[in-house]
Design a protein around this ligand. Structure first.
Ligand code: DLL
Length: 433
């Protein structure tokens, strides 16, 4: 279903004219109100009036997570605190969190974009949304919550965790939509099995999953276990939260990025050069509707490409391909670039292993080493040792064939690896510790 027919199907020309107008307003706004931006623009020798076309966007300097940290907590806000009605923060791996603020209008726009996103996955006001994204400083819980209410659906604000109760409620309340990270969804499915509850006993029809990278193979496993359509939702707190981009149920192929609110670019992460549509690189987003903390050319570090072909659903907003990983998650093992999501795809295609794994990277005698610990299925586990040995060797060989590097695979007993209620942490890079 299309939530905002006029905006979501706006012809490209009109959409781009709207983008330009909003971009000019935003640039003017940050230049006048935020000393940080004024300084950066001056350094780049660019003034708001230089932005005459969308193409001029590339003249503006990038903004990074470090810039947000340097201006911690409220230094990049364009409005006084009495006009800020909400703050969120994302906890980085190191140091201080990244703080973002929202004006009343920002929350309103976010609710609308999130309602649009939910509608694009087929959710209507008749649906019951079990919202298992964490509530709190993380944007997942409240972001989905406000969007669900805006759409008129019934939202169960259950948050993450409390897994058995979660399943009881899902069954008793007849939840039709699950919103959670893919890794928590897997954990829910597994707990359901342990409780002896079959997927037919639930009314669940769609999962709107995101906040972390997940492979297509993982999607298949989730859809199979729960008997649902699993759709991908993308967002980041710096830009807004969930609902920046969403897969539509009609195509289930790429995520529409809401271009009346965001301008996406793909750059070469090494040189910063803008790449043409279709090429893979780092996603850079400029917000053009935000009040409290607009961001100009924010480097997301997420790797994807822009799909230029129009979508069969009729929406005119371009799509991005599912996120492959982050530039800072990419493992360089003896010079070979590997994304954890690629390892995940490979494991998931191997019979006898479960979607639970961990990657441990280390450096021994100046040489990078990689160990993959993966759980085996119950039925394989009871097999003879020689079968297990074969399975281990097969995965090692598959990885060698694909990347040309030797890794160590360790099989782990069923249900021994850590489960996650929010974002999964699957890589331990001891080289960085
Ligand atoms: O994860 C917002 C969100 C909540 C998105 C709920 C979707 C659903 P942050 O905690 O700031 O915000 O983390 C943002 O998570 O830069 C990506 O690296 C990653 N990420 C988010 N969605 C996806 C996705 C929320 N669908 C960071 N696929 C982003 C892959 C994703 N990675």
């Amino acid at each position: 279903m299309i939530y905002n027919d006029e905006m979501e199907t706006l012809p490209r020309e009109a959409l781009e004219a709207l983008q330009l107008k909003r971009l000019q307003n935003t640039v003017e706004r940050v230049y006048n109100l935020v000393p940080f931006y004024r300084r950066k623009f001056e350094e780049a020798k660019v003034k708001p009036e230089d932005i005459k076309s969308l193409d001029d966007l590339k003249r503006l300097p990038f903004t990074t997570k470090q810039d947000l940290r340097d201006n911690y907590p409220f230094g990049l806000f364009t409005i006084p605190l009495e006009q800020v009605v909400r703050v969120h923060a994302s906890s980085g791996t190191t140091g201080k969190p990244t703080v973002v603020g929202y004006s009343k209008r920002d929350v309103d726009v976010w609710s609308d974009l999130m309602a649009r996103s939910l509608a694009a996955t087929g959710v209507t006001k008749g649906d019951i949304i079990q919202n298992a994204y964490g509530y709190g400083l993380f944007t997942g819980g409240l972001g989905v919550h406000y969007g669900g209410e805006r759409l008129g659906a019934t939202v169960i604000p259950i948050s993450g965790g409390n897994t058995k109760k979660q399943i009881m409620i899902m069954k008793d309340f007849g939840s039709t939509v699950l919103t959670a990270t893919p890794s928590y969804t897997l954990y829910l499915a597994e707990t359901m099995e342990e409780m002896g509850i079959k997927r037919e006993e639930l009314k669940l029809k769609v999962g709107i999953l995101g906040a972390e990278p997940w492979s297509d193979e993982m999607r298949k496993a989730i859809e199979e276990k729960l008997g649902i359509d699993a759709l991908d939702i993308y967002g980041l707190s710096e830009i807004m939260g969930p609902g920046v981009a969403i897969e539509c149920i009609e195509a289930k192929n790429g995520l529409h990025i809401w271009e009346d609110a965001f301008i996406p670019e793909i750059i070469d992460p090494e040189t910063g050069k803008v790449l043409p549509d279709g090429e893979e690189g780092e996603l850079v987003i400029t917000t053009i509707l935000k009040e409290a903390i607009p961001l100009i050319r924010y480097r997301t570090r997420d790797i994807t490409r822009i799909i230029k072909e129009p979508c069969k659903c009729g929406r005119t907003h371009r799509r991005i391909e599912r996120i492959k990983g982050r530039t800072d998650d990419m493992l360089i093992i003896r010079g070979v670039n590997i994304f954890p999501s690629q390892i995940e795809s490979l494991l998931m295609e191997t019979e006898g292993v479960e979607p639970h794994y961990q990657i441990i990277v280390d450096r021994v005698n100046n040489l990078d080493t990689m160990e993959i610990i993966v759980e085996v299925s119950e039925n394989i586990f009871s097999d003879e040792i020689k079968h297990l040995q074969k399975l281990k060797e097969r995965i090692e060989k598959d990885i060698k064939d694909l990347y040309g590097i030797t890794v160590k695979v360790t099989l782990s007993e069923p249900k021994t690896l850590q489960r996650f209620e929010g974002k999964a942490k699957r890589v331990i890079d001891k080289r960085k510790i």
